[in-house]
Design a protein around this ligand. Structure first.
Ligand code: HEM
Length: 526
């Protein structure tokens, strides 16, 4: 069972209760949306869990309907549990539903406020998104196909060499492909050290991993609520006073973050200068004279921060999808066999799959869709902050509320997806009206909503597809067996508060045969 957030710090509870008492509730112009009953002083604090909050949130969806309201620390928490509610508010009313919570610790003190996912809604966030749209929009993605194929082949090689280290290989694949797409940087190949491949080998990957760990395990640990986020004036206390230790930590973490923003960017600029560079998101934007709008300094500042944001924003979600794919294949050998038969008939046994094969592989496509749905990598989306009081279907939603698109409730809806917990790719192949087919597509939901929609979605569409099809073509994934021949059932836990990344589980991964192994060994790798 998840740890109640209230247990994470007794001192915080007292502080929050104090703030809650202080927070003057404005007279609503209508009724608040329904939700679990709050208690005096603490509001709904006891209903919130630090882990897998999407599970209670799904129960509330079933009990109270499309829009559920809770409050804690004087802040409204709104869960939008149907496609209609999510699109009506986060998309159609995006002008007021696209802000981000102002996190003093992460944003101001640790320097993350210029990262895309943390930037308040306004001119800067719009400039960031224009850059990302240009570099990651549908027309640009085919330019990255060769890089994605190369990263995938490197991944396959690493997997067949050290299958037991599969989680490390997934991390390295995800990080390496982002560094190459964003900066044209190719990480130094991992050697068979017996260590996790990201462990101390490539300097940029190591730096990147350190920063992601700082963000998720330090800054955002336990739900990421710091006293200074609740009482912003605490940011002005000196570091040396008792209780000021958080400022010392923040200073050290900020330095690391800035190093990670600057170093890969300097790498691109010096490679461009020398003329010896691989085309990348940064090189493309730096070479596009029209992009800076006359203010070069601001353009470069925006570019280096948006580029850097790609790494941390993509890691956990992509790892979650790939891990769920492996899990689904080992639990469903019949699905794996059917996909392999489809690939063998289209691709044959003499080459690896390529992007040109995609249209002829409908069952692989269905596996991809079902993996996205079943994994629900960011189950409660990233919260959007409401910028002014709003009324929806007669329900009052106060300014400052944090609004969660409940992707988990949508993708586990029994009407839209019968047997929602089962992994059933066939559900996407059954004949249906164009309208229902469109509504069922998990891509409408897993990448978020409205003006903060994930800018990496078109890249994922290519990168994850080619990874899935290449693994199916060359590998057999099954349950691990111990030294006595007993089959080990995978034990899956979800420890991350935001992403539904499974903790490592046992599995067996090996080449489908000598022919597949030689294709992997001969393929061009990084
Ligand atoms: C399967 C993989 C991925 C999934 C499921 C995913 C999902 C999401 C979701 C749910 C959001 C929040 C959207 C919202 O607030 O409404 C988001 C934001 C974001 N994603 Fe992704 N993402 C994935 C991969 C990527 C990749 C590969 C990149 C970069 C190349 C990326 C870059 C970002 C950025 C920068 C944001 C913040 C956008 C903003 O706040 O304006 N993501 N993603």
């Amino acid at each position: 069972m998840s740890t109640p957030l209230v247990l994470t710090s007794g001192a915080l509870v007292v502080l929050f209760a104090f703030l809650f008492l202080k927070a003057k509730r404005r007279a609503p112009v209508g009724l608040y949306p329904p939700g679990p009953k709050p208690i005096p002083l603490l509001g709904n604090l006891r209903d919130l869990t630090a882990k897998e909050l999407w599970l209670p949130a799904n129960k509330w969806a079933k009990e109270y309907g499309d829009v559920v309201y809770l409050h804690a620390f004087g802040i409204g928490l709104v869960f939008l549990n149907s496609p209609e509610a999510a699109f009506d508010l986060l998309d159609k009313r995006g002008a007021i539903y696209s802000d981000k919570p102002n996190l003093v610790m992460a944003g101001e003190l640790c320097g993350c406020k210029n990262m895309v996912a943390f930037t308040p809604y306004g001119e800067q966030s719009k400039r960031h998104r224009r850059l990302l749209h240009k570099a990651l929009g549908i027309p640009t993605i085919p330019q990255y196909h060769p890089l994605l194929l190369t990263s995938t082949h490197t991944f396959l090689r690493a997997l067949v060499k050290e299958p037991a280290l599969y989680t490390g290989h997934i991390r390295r694949y995800t990080g390496g492909s982002i560094l190459s797409v964003v900066y044209g940087y190719q990480p130094v190949p991992a050697k068979a050290t017996g260590l996790s491949p990201t462990n101390g080998i490539d300097p940029f990957l190591r730096l990147a991993e350190e920063c992601v760990a700082i963000l998720s395990e330090k800054i955002a640990s336990g739900g990421g609520v710091w006293p200074v986020d609740v009482l912003p004036s605490l940011q002005y206390i000196p570091e040396w006073v008792p209780g000021g230790g958080f400022k010392r930590s923040a200073r050290a973490w900020k330095k690391k973050m800035e190093e990670f923003v600057d170093k890969p960017y300097e790498f691109v600029k010096s490679s461009l200068k020398s003329g010896n560079y691989k085309p990348s998101l940064c090189s493309m934007l730096l070479e596009d004279e029209g992009m800076d709008g006359g203010d070069r300094e601001r353009f470069e500042f925006d570019l280096k921060w948006s580029a850097n944001s790609m790494y941390s924003a993509s890691m956990d979600a992509t790892i979650t999808v790939v891990s769920h794919f492996i899990l689904a294949m080992l639990l469903h050998p019949e699905v794996q066999r059917r996909a392999q038969a489809e690939i063998d008939a289209v691709v044959g046994a003499d080459r690896l799959p390529s992007f040109e094969d995609r249209a002829e592989l409908p069952f692989v496509e269905a596996i991809f869709s079902e993996t996205l749905r079943w994994a629900a990598p960011v189950p409660l989306n990233l919260p959007h902050r409401l910028m002014e009081d709003n009324v929806y279907k007669g329900m009052f939603i106060p300014k400052g509320s944090l609004v969660f698109g409940n992707i988990w409730a949508i993708l586990r809806n029994e009407e839209m997806y019968p047997e929602p917990d089962a992994f059933k790719p066939e559900r996407f192949l059954e004949p249906r009206s164009a309208e229902v087919t469109q509504r069922m597509d998990p891509r409408n939901y897993v990448f978020g909503f409205g003006r903060r929609l994930c800018p990496g979605q078109h890249l994922v569409e290519s990168s994850v597809w080619v990874l899935i099809v290449s693994m199916l073509a060359t590998l057999n994934i099954s349950k691990a067996v111990d030294e006595h021949g007993n089959v080990l059932e995978p034990e899956v836990k979800f420890e991350n508060p935001i992403f539904r990344s499974p903790s490592p589980f046992s599995c067996d991964i090996r080449p489908r045969g000598p022919k597949a192994l030689s294709l992997i060994e001969q393929a061009e790798a990084m």
